[in-house]
Design a protein. Sequence first.
Length: 502
Amino acid sequence: MINSQESYFNTFGVGEAQLSKLVEAALEHGGDYADLFFENSTYRELVLRDGKVSTGGFHVDYGVGIRVLKGDKTGYAYSESTQMRDMLATAEAASAIAMGSDTDGRTAAKIVREARSTAATYTVQHSNGDRLVRRFFTGRPNPAADRYPVAMDWRSAAVESLKPYLEKLETAIRRKDSRVLKVIGILEVSMSDILMYNSFSELKYDTRPMGTLAASVVFSDGKSIENSHVSRSFRMGAEMLTEDLIEGLAEQVTSRLDDKFSAKRPKGGVMPVVMGAGASGILLHEAMGHSFEADFNRKGQSIFAHRLGQKVCMDGINIVDDGTIRGNRGALNFDDEGVPGQRTCMVENGVLASYLHDRISAKFYGVTPTGNGRRESFRYNPIPRMRATYMEGGNSEPESIIASVKKGIYVDEFSNGEVKIGEGDFTFYVKSGYLIENGRLTMPVKDINIIGNGPKALADIVAVGNDPKIDDAAWTCGKEQSAAVSCGIPTVLVKELTVGGE
């Protein structure tokens, strides 16, 4: 949602004159670049237990973060007050962190202590970086190009109007299967007003909605217990709450329940693995996507460092990170550095074509930022992060991919992944899958791990399905900070991975 420029100025009590003054103060001691990130976020949560919506929460997060860059140093400070006196103190603290000391000889530590004596509350961060590429994005936000317009603002939705959706969700789930023992329904919503300004005189603003409806369900067949969780999350307002959404969640959380109760732990070993379309994209995100983030590559920490322009997988494979999907959890009109959201092709026809850049890494590589500078809130410095990461579809029928495997495993739901960025090694726990025997799905499996190496797994993809799917669950990435993301993949055959079983 993009409101008028004046509405954001009013929210934070600033105007262009004050913004310019803050940037000037941040650069007063000789910094190369400065930017301001204002945030006003409201969060609400409703929880259904034992058939009743009996728990809820509401809070507001408000403040401004100020960043200063000087050479290879970054100074960052934030304030929970947007009174001019407090923001000026915060700007001076950020400058001191970046500069080490100011022109009258005061040390950075002394400036921080003096700033702390004001009404501002903030912390500071210090990291190595490179000066920003001088790239201008001076246009004002365009409401006609908004990627997450809101028909029903969450902030104006009364609690009493939201509770029935959780109640309907529980009813729909219980109607689907008699083995339902317990349902916990959760509705989490937020609206974030964002205003950004920097020393290039770039001004950006928008309001970012997020809605998540989820259910955790316990099932019992009288002999054993099974658990299942399902969620949907979108950058939308309250209009996302529909009967179709509720029915889809209920159907998914109760699907294949017979197979879950009968699933067994198979014999492990090295074998072909078919990854199902959609949620299997989390392996793509974790095992490969993080390795394409430019800060890891700039510092030589990624297994893909120095491999730009090289072949990394078979022809026809395209891997994309996209901030332009309307209403998607990872969508951005612009990133948290004010760079327009865009679609970035990381792997193009099997070749590593681009890393994911913020302004700092873009300067290092001499390229345009890709709109991947993201932060958890105004309290954090922006770093390269993914948005919606997915593999585009190929030419194979999913059924033919499965039919090509004599003995292997099919998996379509992962959890609890762990990845070593430097080596590329990964381990993922499989929540749902099947044995593949003579080209057919047979015994349901559980309690197994998939173990491999990201670059090798990518190179070992031998078939890509024509069924690309982006999963709309509430995925959250935790690289130093939390960030809302989404992921997806078509049906894919990896010729060899280690399956941890009996």
